[in-house]
Design a protein around this ligand. Sequence first.
Ligand code: 3PG
Length: 396
Amino acid sequence: VTMLDDLDIAGKTVLVRVDFNVPMKDGKVTDATRIQRGARTIRELMDKGARVVLLSHFGRPKGQRVPEMSLRPIVEPLRAALGGAEVAFAEDCIGPAAEQVVAGLQPGQVALLENLRFHAEEEKGDEAFAAKLAALGDVYVNDAFSAAHRAHASVSALARLLPSAAGRLMQEELEHLEQALENPARPLMAVVGGAKVSTKLDLLANLVAKVDVLVIGGGMANTFLHAVGQEVGASLCERDMADTARDIMRRAQESGCDVVLPTDVVVAGKLAEGVETKTVSVKEVPGDMMILDLGPASAEHLARRLEDCRALVWNGPLGAFETPPFDAATNHVARKAAEMTASGRLLSVAGGGDTVAALTNAGVLESFSYVSSAGGAFLEWLEGKELPGVAALRAG
Ligand code: 3PG
């Protein structure tokens, strides 16, 4: 992959694909993390005297000009993230509106163009649309790792039309994920949680071939417990995935990966705050109750197993962490990882939407070695897939 250092940018107009698809409520950005993390590349380009033109999607407007999905509310938080620098805004990402704003830029100035997905051609990966974007600048920088799994016009086609490179956030993501999964210190543990096995099949298949210990938590652990003959009562469970779960465990065994399932669990009659809970062995889950978290013995066992590991990749919570006390196991293991990371004994990498929320809830988000800005793209990376946005930079 070509990096920013290899690209001549002084005096150039640089098109930067960012991912400003941030949480927003009533026209206000509620979490500016992605904007702040994208600011570094923008700042660097400004300092090098480039004219910086920012391209992003927002939401899924399906080719329509949906006013609630305008990128205009990004201008203020972006200005703040850039230390107060003026940010010009263009009402469209192509055509006269975009051309005019770009033409008005001085070296070191920045403009944000309106939502790429207001044009249906963006998601189709349309070449002619990419050419219209390319006409606005001299070089292309992709800093949107979190959108790199989409073969959209601004992500892949555009990279092939201009000299192109990875931005700093993209570079950082690639380096950390490679360090964690392709070239890790060992033993390497993966923690995979979340509701369903069916959405993480490719991910599990890839991980059993690469990691030394695979911890399965969350709702999908119930499916695995069911697959090995345990009763899971009223728990969330994909009974039709039992064969698949057994197949994953067989593959794990073949490649020397140790799959760790819970031995005790916390159960309740329903998922609600303040409900009566019980901790039981996985052999004694009452028929009318559901599993909502790993039990304390399982959580402590994971913390001990982690002690022997040198790298950790984490995706998905271990329990129904949004509803305390079902965040206990996630918190326990996450805090152990944070403590080991702080003392230099562990490289810890996490990603995926729910994961960030779960680690934030545990109070350890800042203590991990690296937390990816990506949701879906992080999952596809864990599946071992080549992301179109990354592949396009390789070709360039
Ligand atoms: C994300 O938020 O994960 C990316 O911006 C991709 O968004 P999408 O799933 O709408 O393509």
